[in-house]
Write a protein that binds this ligand. Structure first.
Ligand code: SF4
Length: 261
């Protein structure tokens, strides 16, 4: 499909869930750059990328900056990142000349301890993730029509069916997963070839890194996310729920009525 044809059918698909599905299938096999370009062209200026500074996120920042794509970048700063993650945040901004906005809970870690008990993550991790990640994300995404994420299908069973494009009902926008078909090897290969900065903890037994209190080392033979919330049956923080059945896309009607492109 030519770029012009794709743009025309994309603009139609934004208000038609069935066509969005078809467009998603049409993008299968395309490069991450092409998918990001689709997002930047079709959803701009209300498209954002939320990174947790995993290797995949660093690769997407490289692609966004390298191709000068009009995609905003933010991180959900829980206040509980590893020291290495905060350093990486700063390194990425310097290396690529981008601003990665910190989006935070209204409740500081200290206030959370005072109001809900010390180390909430140890006894109510779902509540802690809701306060520090899900609610701030909900507020943040209200102003966007498109949300780029760095998830891959082979990261976990809950992500295995993720499409390239989907309507995310919870946040009322189009979710775009440019790396969804990449393998772990693809990500490392791109990062090495392009000298992408990454978290040194990845080389010390931490393939997946979240908040310090909820991330542990992964032992040989375990899956990459085994170190997240170890000892509990929690596997996701709640921001990447499996997409439900496609339905009407009110946000995109809103975008048009607000004068967006
Ligand atoms: Fe809290 Fe752990 Fe969730 Fe971070 S990952 S928000 S510390 S429960």
């Amino acid at each position: 499909m030519t770029a012009q044809r794709r743009l025309e059918s994309s603009l139609t698909a934004l208000n038609n869930p069935e066509l969005l599905n078809r467009l998603s299938l049409d993008l299968e096999g395309e490069s991450a750059q092409t998918i990001l370009e689709w997002a930047a062209t079709t959803l701009s200026p209300r498209v954002t990328f939320g990174t947790g500074f995993g290797l995949e996120g660093c690769v997407l920042i490289d692609l966004i900056a390298r191709h000068d794509l009009a995609i905003d970048i933010f991180t959900l700063d829980t206040g509980l990142f590893f020291r290495e993650t905060y350093q990486l945040w700063s390194d990425l901004e310097k290396r690529y000349g981008v601003v990665i906005r910190g989006v935070r809970s209204e409740l500081s870690v200290e206030d959370q301890s005072r109001e809900l008990g010390d180390k909430l993550w140890e006894h109510q991790s779902a509540k802690c993730c809701e306060i520090r990640k899900v609610i701030p994300l909900q507020k943040e995404l209200k102003t966007f029509s498109g949300w780029v994420s760095a998830i891959r299908r082979d990261q976990s069973p809950t992500r295995a069916g993720a499409p390239i494009l989907s309507y995310d009902e919870r946040f009322d926008l189009v979710k775009v997963n440019p790396l969804v078909a990449w393998t772990k090897e693809d990500v490392w290969s791109y990062a090495r070839k392009n000298d992408v900065p990454f978290n040194p903890l990845h080389l010390q037994g931490y393939p997946s890194i979240g908040c310090l209190p909820c991330t542990s080392e992964v032992r040989p033979g375990e899956d990459d996310r085994a170190g997240r919330w170890r000892g509990s049956n929690k596997t996701e923080c709640g921001i990447h729920a499996a997409p439900k059945k496609q339905k009407a896309l009110p946000v995109l009607n809103r975008q048009v009525s607000e004068g967006g492109s």
